[in-house]
Design a protein around this ligand. Structure first.
Ligand SMILES: *[C@@H]1O[C@H](CO)[C@@H](O)[C@H](O)[C@H]1NC(C)=O
Ligand SMILES: *[C@@H]1O[C@H](CO)[C@@H](O)[C@H](O)[C@H]1NC(C)=O
Ligand SMILES: *[C@@H]1O[C@H](CO)[C@@H](O)[C@H](O)[C@H]1NC(C)=O
Ligand SMILES: *[C@@H]1O[C@H](CO)[C@@H](O)[C@H](O)[C@H]1NC(C)=O
Ligand SMILES: *[C@@H]1O[C@H](CO)[C@@H](O)[C@H](O)[C@H]1NC(C)=O
Ligand SMILES: *[C@@H]1O[C@H](CO)[C@@H](O)[C@H](O)[C@H]1NC(C)=O
Ligand SMILES: *[C@@H]1O[C@H](CO)[C@@H](O)[C@H](O)[C@H]1NC(C)=O
Ligand SMILES: *[C@@H]1O[C@H](CO)[C@@H](O)[C@H](O)[C@H]1NC(C)=O
Ligand SMILES: *[C@@H]1O[C@H](CO)[C@@H](O)[C@H](O)[C@H]1NC(C)=O
Length: 694
């Protein structure tokens, strides 16, 4: 929050302390918890190295040539053109030119400018993240917030009722720091803040802070979804139920020192003002250091994994193809860690955030008390509600460690729910950042059954950007036979044309090129591509498990990438209803965001370039010198309602914005029961957009 103001303060502070000979990094070396000021004093202590700065800008600039959305994002079309709600209008090339010219007091300041430039895209596929600065220290408060609706229908921001349970378990002894920081009679009484109404944040209406955060948090086009990111929520992880603190109580950079909350505690008649300091914790992927030199050496320099490799160089081929190690970008992908091997085998579409996925547990009392069905696997958990008619699939991701086991689990779980008598299905995709594209297609196909909307294409047609370097890579593969083992994404044989016919190895598949003008810029894309998922490895039953009218998809709006592919096809093609929980009443809520089509990252593109020996080409990005990952959208899905334009900027308005209460918030079972009651008691669902034939 209020990042820009604080940034200025920090810069001034850095300018004042710059001449001191202190090693600010040595001062905090080995400490698990530090103050934000201590962390940023260390992080601001490195001047810009002009060679590194130029290298980063060159790599980033040349890599976005493969990002599909650059020209759209200069000014996103309707409904994402409105200043208040979404406002995607970021000209990356213009800003990179500005940043290239601009001087900075520290490398951290330079990085923050670059980082926020990409965040303004509000596109969780296209980001620049530096292991040297982002989530190196994560700053926390023990008071995550929630937005609740009272019996009178009015919405208020509250401290989460579970705040103390979460914080005291997760932060251990550090909780004493916050206990001691409370004023007067509240000292040591942190638990009594649970559920308190938040009347003001830093003396202003709480939504001033919520909306300020929405302007910088990035990730989703929709303003409402970015508002929701401020609040805490839950997530179904591969090993259990997890808790997301939300942007208020968990921050990527140590830029905020304290927050002043004006609160009314439960059963209290008085109004209390508490000033809570943030505390910064050493990140899970951060590398130990003893001083500035080792901080830099261990965290800031490119590693042997930062850049791509020539897959056909003897030293790399085996290591790359069989590696169980995830790519460096995987740490920030909002899905369970997936091995390089599995990621290469199954194309992904996944949200990248500057905060790694939370590993904070959802308090046990809030988790579903009945065990999930035995057919559950990893992020996919099946439950039967006590009404004996509503089946639930809690799906935290479209990726899991074993693709095949995951695919079987989704099928077997639905079979089991039906056999237990389920006649309606809730799919909870809260905080689902996407994952395997073909799992999204699979789930759509098996829930709905065999229909023209699910076979052969159960997802979206796509296109990829086809600039000169992309065209050259394809030529090297097709004409010069430089990918004999079919290891590369630019190889034609894994893709299909708009009739879903696979390309032969001789096809220069980007062509015929689609030349378009976007926001006054000439751009060029490949021909329209069909689906590559079917036939599936597992046989899908002919008949669907549930009628579309008996299915509802529920989330906090944070359903991205492959989760969008699934939700959009289910909603727009089948008429499945969508529910966002806990959104602000007067803000339009989108049931998903950042659709993409297939996402990738710099190192993967670099591998394509190196493997066809184009690294020396003037358009090829050089090797990165810094410990950076860059995400991009590599394929972009075409729309359903407007099939000639990207789905990315078409409307995904949720059918219902479902209010959360003190009793239901962050309790999955309570939410499912309340939503099921509301959704499935409605006699007539909205009309379907496409006629069903079954
Ligand atoms: C890093 O430091 C922490 C705490 O000082 C220690 O527990 C951990 O083992 C160290 N990690 C490595 C890889 O040295
Ligand atoms: C980025 O690349 C474009 C070509 O795509 C070039 O015109 C521009 O000068 C580059 N910008 C910077 C800052 O290097
Ligand atoms: C608030 O008061 C009600 C009624 O006396 C009581 O049931 C409830 O436990 C109290 N809650 C808290 C957090 O003290
Ligand atoms: C990078 O180096 C580490 C440690 O030396 C090694 O385990 C890993 O296999 C290397 N990765 C690659 C891609 O060479
Ligand atoms: C589910 O698995 C557990 C543990 O393996 C087992 O005890 C239980 O009987 C199984 N339940 C059913 C319905 O198969
Ligand atoms: C659901 O089924 C269980 C077990 O068969 C039964 O005990 C329970 O009463 C049923 N609940 C409802 C609401 O019908
Ligand atoms: C993945 O799951 C499949 C199907 O359940 C199983 O046959 C296979 O052995 C699993 N692979 C691994 C590496 O565990
Ligand atoms: C796809 O390829 C097949 C076989 O070459 C061809 O018959 C068909 O017209 C192509 N479809 C499109 C849309 O280009
Ligand atoms: C790039 O050019 C250099 C110098 O001309 C040459 O030594 C090198 O082999 C080239 N690399 C590739 C991958 O073509």
């Amino acid at each position: 929050m209020i990042l820009l103001g604080l940034l200025t303060l920090v810069v001034l502070a850095a300018a004042n302390i710059a001449p001191t000979p202190l090693d600010h990094c040595a001062a905090i070396a080995g400490k698990q918890w530090v103050s934000p000021l201590e962390a940023r004093s260390c992080m601001h202590s490195f001047p810009v190295d002009p060679v590194v700065k130029e290298n980063i800008i060159e790599v980033v600039n040349k890599t976005i040539a493969m990002h599909t959305s650059v020209n759209y994002q200069i000014q996103a079309p309707k409904p994402f053109d409105k200043a208040r709600y979404t406002d995607v209008h970021e000209d990356l090339h213009k800003d990179l030119a500005r940043i290239s010219q601009q001087g900075y007091q520290s490398e951290f300041q330079f990085h923050l400018d670059l980082f926020h430039t990409f965040r303004r895209l509000n596109d969780g596929h296209c980001v620049v993240i530096n292991y040297c600065y982002d989530s190196l220290y994560i700053s926390y408060l023990p008071t995550p917030l929630v937005l609740l609706t009272g019996a009178d229908g009015r919405q208020n921001v509250h401290i989460a009722p579970e705040a103390f349970a979460v914080a005291s378990t997760e932060f251990g002894d550090e909780i004493e720091f916050w206990q001691d920081s409370l004023p007067g009679k509240l000292k040591g009484q942190l638990e009594t803040l649970n559920g308190a109404e938040v009347i003001a944040i830093n003396g202003q209406d709480p939504f001033v802070a919520v909306d300020a955060n929405a302007l910088v948090t990035g990730g989703y086009q929709s303003f409402g979804t970015r508002q929701n990111s401020f609040f805490s929520s839950y997530y179904r992880g591969s090993n259990g139920w997890l808790y997301q603190m939300g942007n208020f109580a968990q921050q990527v950079h140590p830029l905020t020192d304290v927050v002043k909350l004006t609160i009314r505690r439960i059963n209290s008649t008085s109004i209390d003002i508490v000033t809570l300091p943030y505390r910064s914790r050493f990140g899970l992927a951060s590398k130990n250091f003893t001083d500035s030199a080792s901080y830099r050496a261990n965290n800031c320099l490119a590693t042997n994994e930062t850049n791509g490799v020539d897959m056909y160089a003897v030293s790399h081929s085996t290591a790359q193809q069989h590696s169980e190690e995830p790519l460096p970008v995987a740490y920030f992908q909002q899905q369970p860690l997936i091995s390089r091997k599995e990621a290469r085998r199954h194309p992904m579409n996944v949200f990248i955030d500057a905060l790694p996925l939370s590993n904070i547990d959802l308090p046990e009392v809030m988790q579903p008390s009945e065990p999930a069905l035995n057919e559950s696997y990893s992020v996919a958990q099946f439950y039967m509600l006590s009404d004996n008619t509503t089946g639930v699939l809690a799906l935290g991701s479209f990726s899991a460690a074993n693709f095949s086991a995951f695919q079987y689990s989704l099928l077997d779980g639905l079979v089991k729910l039906k056999s237990l008598g389920a006649t309606q299905l809730l799919v909870d995709v809260t905080n689902n950042g996407g994952g395997y594209i073909c799992i999204a297609h699979w789930l759509h196909r098996i829930i709905i059954g065999s229909r023209s909307t699910t076979e052969p294409q159960a997802g979206l047609d796509t296109t990829t950007r086809a600039g000169p370097l992309a065209q050259l890579i394809v030529k090297k593969i097709v004409k010069d036979g430089m990918d004999p083992d079919t290891l590369l994404y630019y190889n034609p044989t894994q893709w299909t044309n708009a009739s879903n016919i696979p390309f032969s190895a001789e096809t220069e598949w980007l062509e015929p090129l689609q030349k378009v003008s976007i926001n006054g810029h000439e751009d060029v894309f490949s021909q329209r591509l069909g689906q590559e998922c079917q036939p599936f490895d597992v046989e899908a039953p002919q008949k669907g498990f549930f009628k579309a009218k008996d299915v509802a998809i529920i989330s906090n709006g944070r359903c991205a990438s492959s989760c969008s592919l699934f939700s959009i096809t289910m909603s727009k093609l089948e008429g499945v209803r969508t529910v966002v929980v806990g959104g602000k009443q007067d803000t339009p809520q989108q049931y998903c965001g950042i659709v993409g089509g297939q996402s990738t990252d710099f190192s993967t593109i670099d591998t394509e370039i190196k493997s066809v020996h184009l690294k020396n080409h003037t358009l090829a990005p050089p090797d990165l010198l810094a410990n950076i990952v860059q995400g991009i959208t590599w394929r972009l899905g075409y729309g359903i309602n407007d099939p000639m334009e990207p789905e990315e900027w078409q409307d995904h308005a949720a059918d219902i914005n479902f209010p959360l209460t003190m009793e239901t918030v962050n309790r999955p079972i309570a939410i499912w029961e309340a939503v099921a009651k509301e959704m499935f008691s409605i006699a007539t669902p909205p009309p379907l957009l496409v006629q069903t034939f079954d």
